[in-house]
Design a binder for this molecule. Structure first.
Ligand code: FSX
Ligand code: F3S
Length: 315
């Protein structure tokens, strides 16, 4: 049993208090009482840590950057503490043939046991020739590795639904992992869209598995209900505030599902509307085609319904 009162430093420098605090945030994201924080802490500490193979395809790496930009405790520390990251091209020191061998052997060693995190869309047109890594198409890498996983976690809108690479006219046939691999895929897929997605929802998905032995309930678009069950608008603190509401500027909060206003980004620092930017609908399928134009002129000719400054974060 873990002594939660003990304030000694963990070997990697994360204090138990910091780790517990973060687990409390994850519990909140899962819609659980804050008292579940220690249970999540126990689940991650009990081991064995879940093995994760993290694949990069067609994307901007903003999803990984979002994960790495969280601090207090540093998310990079947490991610190494909570999961066993067997493969991640951006974070690995090795390169070239060595790395490719690691991927193949890790998928073999942990076959049926690992979470395959996919970041980025997969070009599928003309046999996948528009996306290559190490002399292989992204499509063939996904076809080899993903079916061996216990579950696939599609991180970001690109991996979930194609994102920017799949925007019209989409000459590369870019698609999210589930669409790219087709109906024959037998491995469950959890979509965590967002451009970028919130890392708390990634950890929440893993925590849900460790606590309950199952993946979270998903909505019709394959997203965990705990994170995407409500519209952004329904949680936005500015929805009754005429001088701060950005609906007149094209905010898509009413038709976009995510928990951004509740969980926020960068250790709960801010979220788009708090920074004066409308929601662009980045958590919905085909958002580059369906949600554009992202901006519109306000009804009063450019200033929106209210004329007060919308920049900065004042709360
Ligand atoms: Fe896509 Fe992620 Fe947007 Fe970027 O890798 S969801 S373009 S933030 O980085 O895939
Ligand atoms: Fe994306 Fe809208 Fe949140 S743009 S980050 S879903 S507020």
């Amino acid at each position: 049993m873990i002594d939660h009162e003990k304030e000694g430093k963990r070997q990697d420098g994360i204090s138990r208090r910091q780790f517990l605090k973060f687990c409390g945030v994850v519990a909140g994201a899962l819609g659980l009482d804050a008292t579940f924080g220690p249970k999540i802490f126990e689940a991650f500490a009990a081991g064995p840590k879940p093995s994760v193979l993290w694949l990069h395809f067609a994307e901007c790496t903003g999803c990984t950057e979002a994960v790495l930009r969280t601090s207090g405790p540093g998310f990079a520390d947490l991610i190494f503490d909570m999961i066993s990251l067997e493969y991640h091209e951006t974070l690995m020191a090795a390169a070239g043939d060595t790395v490719e061998k690691i991927l193949t052997s890790a998928a073999q060693t942990y076959s049926g046991q690992f979470f395959c995190v996919v970041e980025g869309a997969i070009p599928t047109a003309d046999g996948g020739v528009y996306g290559w890594i190490g002399g292989r198409t992204m499509l063939s890498i996904a076809q080899e590795i993903c079916p061996k996983a216990k579950a696939i976690i599609a991180v970001g809108n690109c991996a979930s639904y194609g994102g920017l690479p799949a925007a019209w006219p989409n000459p590369t046939g870019a698609a999210g992992v589930e669409a790219a691999l087709g109906a024959s895929l037998r491995v469950p897929v959890v979509n965590l869209p967002g451009c970028p997605p919130n890392p708390v929802n990634f950890v929440g998905t893993i925590a849900n598995y460790l606590l309950k032995g199952s993946l979270p309930s998903l909505d019709a678009d394959g997203r965990p209900v705990f994170a995407y069950g409500n519209t952004v608008h329904s949680q936005c603190p500015y929805r009754e505030n005429e001088s701060r509401c950005l609906e007149d500027f094209g905010c898509k909060g009413k038709i976009c599902h995510n928990n951004c206003p509740t969980i926020k980004f960068n250790d709960g620092t801010s979220f788009p509307m708090q920074a004066g930017h409308p929601c662009i609908g980045c958590s919905e399928p085909d958002f580059w085609d369906r949600m554009t134009p992202f901006y519109q002129e306000g009804s009063d000719g450019g200033e929106g319904s209210g004329s007060e400054s919308r920049s900065g974060s004042d709360d």
